[in-house]
Design a protein around this ligand. Structure first.
Ligand SMILES: Cc1ncc(COP(=O)(O)O)c(C=O)c1O
Length: 368
């Protein structure tokens, strides 16, 4: 049996009557941009994530850019501290906002932003910390928000991989003014194309975000500020509204599959899983695997797809070469990028697939 990394078909099948009804309502109404589907989704998302407001935008990247702009940092050239191990889109969003990424190292076990290393990289030009909840695992927000307060800088969040997660029962919006989310099709809460949202507890930030996503307009043809055109499509909201009520159940299924992977891979030295806490919504199941690329080929030969999130730390990617860090400056992230491997995981993955993947991994290390 071939095992893909992700399969959206069962998610669509489980929610079909709801998204079909939403699409019918949309086609009845014929308002395809910023209509009632997006408005309803924003209300439902804010309520589900325990936030005051949600503003739906065109992608997770746009959500991060708008978070920075709504914090007053647009075109400031200020430095924003981000982990060296995250999606390149985190750093692209910082550049798009007219700021500059400054990379900090990650913790060796969880691969999340290391607060101590982040602090050591703060300097005069630093305006914010951007925490990334990598692989579905919340970053240490308690410590990062204390650090941000102590040093007089802002804290923002890239929660593009952590839908439905909280920290010790507290919504992410308790810790910062803006939290960015992506609905890219592989995410825990996906849509069928690009989409994103910013969550906030602040009415004025929400108002600013609504201006920023829609050309600076307020339901008219007057641009009040320099702004973008990055709105979530009504069509995507039809799917997101159908998926959102299932997110909790889907996250439970992910956690169960991740626990099964933990069991099946226990004692499979030298491979070890990246550390998670019960707060993780298990977006990805990531292991550290010596001889990673050989293992990946072995799994592919047996029909098992895998991913690498991410193969090159950001400071060594050509687009971010002039951000002031060179090889050797972020050693934990650099080492991790050579070893990390994401195994197949989606809510309806058959439990037997976990054992199948684990058996092929054991076979690989036994032989090598
Ligand atoms: C951590 C992280 N940040 C940012 C993004 C960018 O989101 P999008 O692809 O929706 O622009 C993603 C997803 O691709 C991500 O995983």
């Amino acid at each position: 049996m071939n095992i893909p990394m992700v399969d959206l078909r069962p998610l669509l099948a489980a929610t079909e009557p709801v998204w079909r009804a939403n699409l019918e309502a949309l086609f009845e109404r014929m308002q395809f941009v910023l209509g009632e589907q997006v408005a309803a989704f924003e209300r439902e998302l804010a309520q589900s994530f325990g936030a005051g407001y949600a503003v739906a935008v065109g992608s997770g990247t746009a959500a991060i850019e708008l978070s920075l702009r709504a914090a007053g940092l647009g075109e400031s050239g200020a430095e924003i501290i981000i982990p060296a191990l995250t999606s390149p889109f985190t750093a692209q969003a910082v550049l798009a906002a007219g700021c500059k990424p400054r990379f900090a190292d990650v913790l060796p076990d969880s691969l999340l932003l290391d607060p101590q290393d982040a602090e050591s990289r703060i300097r005069k030009r630093t305006a914010a910390l951007l925490a990334v909840h990598l692989y579905g695992q919340p970053a240490n927000l308690a410590e990062l928000s204390k650090l941000a307060r102590r040093r007089g800088i802002a804290l923002l969040q890239d929660a593009c991989q952590a839908h439905g997660a909280q920290l010790d029962g507290r919504p992410f919006t308790h810790f910062s003014r803006a939290v960015a989310s992506s609905f890219y099709p592989t995410k825990n809460l996906p849509c069928l194309g690009d989409g994103g949202a910013v969550l906030t507890d602040s009415r004025s930030v929400a108002q600013q975000l609504r201006l920023l996503r829609d050309g600076g307009r307020r339901s008219d043809q007057t641009s009040r500020i320099r702004a973008l055109n990055t709105r979530l499509d009504e069509m995507q909201a039809c799917y997101l509204r159908a998926f959102l009520p299932k997110l909790g159940e889907w996250n439970v299924r992910r956690a169960r599959l991740a626990a099964l992977y933990d069991q099946a891979l226990a004692g499979c030295e030298p491979l070890r899983p990246v550390a998670r806490t019960p707060d993780s919504v298990c977006h990805l199941y990531v292991v550290r695997a010596p001889r990673r690329d050989h293992l990946r080929r072995h799994l592919a030969q047996h029909g098992i797809s895998t991913g690498v999130h991410y193969p090159v730390p950001l400071h060594l990617q050509p687009a971010f070469r002039d951000c002031g860090a060179k090889r050797g400056d972020l050693p934990i992230a650099e080492r991790a990028c050579r070893q990390i491997l994401s195994l197949p995981l989606w809510p309806y993955m058959p439990e037997g697939a976990v054992e199948q993947v684990a058996a092929r991994i054991r076979e690989f290390y036994r032989r090598s």
